[in-house]
Design a protein around this ligand. Sequence first.
Ligand code: NAD
Ligand code: ZN
Ligand code: ZN
Length: 344
Amino acid sequence: MRALQYVAPGQPPEVREVPTPTPTGGQVLIKVLAAGACHSDEFLMGLPSEALSMPLPLTLGHEGVGVVVELGPDASGVEVGEEVAVYGGWGCGRCRTCTTGAEQYCERASELGIRPPGLGNPGAMAEYLLVDDARHLVPLQGLDPVAAAPLTDAGLTPYHAIKPVLPTLVPGTTAVVIGAGGLGHLGIQMLKALSSSRIVALDLGEDKLAFAREVGADHAFTSDDSAIEAVREVTGGRMADAVLDFVGMQASTALAARMVHAQSEIVVVGVGDGAVPVGMLTLPYNVRVRAPYWGTIPELHEVLALARSGAIRVETETFSLDDAPTIYERMHARTLRGRAVVVP
Ligand code: NAD
Ligand code: ZN
Ligand code: ZN
């Protein structure tokens, strides 16, 4: 089969011929219908070889949707022909944390060498994907595969980040979303659907700001120092109750820290060199700062249900497997709109 592989540090990914896997034990083989491209792929391909914690070549893609084609001898719970979304935050399934469905925080994953597809295990940007266990498959139940693939990360991750803040986002409050890309454009729609907050988006470039408004931001401002005054003005001086940073670089985390008031929440989702120092002299009183990772299996069910209800819509640009390497050039140039999805 063909697969998009990251072969050598510093080199762009390549489409290569690799053996089609056969499911053993409890594994399930799916034929990939769609695989989303995440900025985290670009991040890992930008790491120097000594910082890369996974073996190469690596088949990319941790947002996958497909149809079940073969079950290992011990697999059960799914049927051949069923269309499924792949939950990628694989864990052991048995530790205390995994039993709550938060397998992305598995207590034993590193000890057992368990890694997500596309982030250590062969990923979904291929004709077939081997899934370790049927419990990591969630039925699509009528969702379009291309629109559903990004929901497994670009949808699930903002949902997991936003859900705990929702009780505070009552009428009169403000949520700031930094970065209206793959994750951010869904984060904005989730805030719109699930809270009564005013939504302010920050990004770079008029096209991105227009896109943020199209998907539901009440205001969109350029992500620089001028945004502080802009947020002060639209909030009548109150500033943000929650800041969701889908960039995670120093520039964005520094802005986040200057946009909150006492008891607000800062959620750093983007992966980068940014940080929010917590201390009595660095932030307003009692600001909570979190850096969550991915989402839980129950939350993936909720995100798919939210999409089925029509409350969130994934903006996608589709690419063939052969054209997949160009996705990362476009991502780097910041010319993608919403999520790029590979249709093998
Ligand atoms: P993306 O490339 O689709 O979107 C990034 C957006 O941020 C773009 O619209 C870009 O114009 C904008 N941007 C860049 N610099 C900015 C700045 N200084 N201020 C405001 N906007 C800026 O990326 P994505 O796939 O949505 O991923 C977003 C981030 O989230 C990445 O860092 C990715 O690695 C990370 N991520 C984290 C998790 C997690 O579990 N925590 C999961 C998935 C992705
Ligand atoms: Zn991702
Ligand atoms: Zn576990």
